[in-house]
Design a protein around this ligand. Sequence first.
Ligand code: SF4
Length: 506
Amino acid sequence: MGTIQQSHIIDSIADSLQFMSYFHPLDFITAVNEAYEREESKAAKSAMAQILINSRMCAQGRRPICQDTGIVTVFVNVGMDVSWDCEMPLTDMINEGVRRAYTHPDNVLRASILADPAGARKNTGDNTPAVIHYDIVPGDKVEVFIAAKGGGSENKAKLAMLNPSDSIVDWVLETVPKMGAGWCPPGMLGIGIGGTAEKAAVLAKKSLMDPVDIHELRKRGPKNRVEELRLELMDKVNRLGIGAQGLGGLTTVLDVKILDYPTHAASKPVAMIPNCAATRHVHFVLDGSGAATFSPPSIDDWPEITWDPGADAIRVDLETVTAADIKTWEPGQTILLSGKLLTGRDAAHKRMTEMLDRGETLPVDLKGRFIYYVGPVKPVREEAVGPAGPTTSTRMDKFTRQMLAETGLAGMVGKAERGDVAIDAIKEFGAVYLMAVGGAAYLVSKAIKKSRVVAFEELGMEAIYEFEVEDMPVTVAVDSQGVSVHNTGPAQWKQVIELKVPEKTT
Ligand code: SF4
């Protein structure tokens, strides 16, 4: 029996988090590539191309797949007979590993964790603490499943305490369209069934630690009700037509994972947690022989995909663009932005609207400008900025009317759909909402040539930056008339799928 030392835990946690920050699991890349090859929706195919190109670039450049480098979630199976030679408690060792990973000078990761979540919401600075689940199991080893889970997909988690006679399939099919696209599909759905409310949620999260293997299940055939449900839900969710990034298309989910547990006769708890385009998880076992090692995959395992903006793409200079120009932009059109682009997300918007309420002058003049909803990773080496993909725009919906009405802001860039309140304001003020691809953060950052903080520096990654961008690819997601591609795209593709393959034959 080996003895597990402190360095085995700390180094393994730190190295696994660095590894997953830039290497997608290959099963996930294979599944996205298959979906890309199959996809017939131009917009969804373009989004998946950008996700795959970004993934390859991250593997080569060893920089994060997404600017949201996640909240660390760990499932640890601790053998009852493990021999330890450690001074720190296991939880402290895991958090020390997280700290070292997120502050690694060669590949600094974004610190996204805020203490005092109902109050000051102060960044802990090193992405600690992790969320850790322990199981005590037979044996003399420590088994670890670790993930870095993006906030956009975590925010779409759902829990329902169904009646025993209710249909889980019906609940999932009602719920997924309401989740919007802020979870950056294509991805996976993790579903926990049974136990109690909290058990179902933990099962849903744990199910996402397994590789994409639904094709193997389909080939060999289901052996129990849970496996039947996985196939049924995969097919039926994809028939909704939501598609990559919610743009409408054939593939929304690449796999559906389910874990179950006995439950009370009066209950049927169901939890559902999506995993996004930045699916990141690693599994390792420690037996006392040393820290876990992670072999880099071959870059040849990534498909070589090219992306071109298409014949209808237009180049826009942010210094000279006018309201009249914006009116000519069509929903779904690709735009290559160049010039000065401001950034701002939750905390900056809250501050700016509070200042407007008090009649104060904002630190930056927004008249005629565009704001990009982003919280970038810090740069390393020669980078102007680290990975800098869009964050979920619906969180800014409640600020949008006031920003457009009182500052003269011309447009916004973010990820996924806008809610009705924001769409109405965009239409009223003749503004525009552009979307970049969530999960293609390193690719997006290559279009950012310069970056400087212009306000609220103390907010860290939530400060207002001014980026100088060159040909940054975005899509018109809500035009100046209020037409949203996140409404029209899925509706159109749901019909297309129904016509192609009527439900009874699937
Ligand atoms: S891919 Fe989307 S949901 Fe996932 S971490 Fe990145 S921004 Fe968040």
